[in-house]
Design a protein around this ligand. Sequence first.
Ligand code: ZN
Length: 93
Amino acid sequence: MNKFNKVTEIIDSAKSLDSEFEDILELSKTCKFSNCTHTTEPECSVKKAISEGTLSIERFNDYYATKEESQYVSKKKNKTKAIDYMKKLKLFR
Ligand SMILES: [Zn+2]
């Protein structure tokens, strides 16, 4: 797959995040902070669900990786460079 396709794929996956991870988004609405990243914030509903076992950590990691990846690439003006950088960091699954 060429780099351009990969960029398109990542940006598309960001768009589908809302429907694909609806359960996590529902949970995040009840986090104390509206901009919660579900990592270090106190009173986080997502972390609570993970600790209670109602949400699997694998699923959250999948959501988080997709989100971070898409945000990073969308923010960069030079998408090709962004992809190369992420490959170096082995951020791509
Ligand atoms: Zn949270």
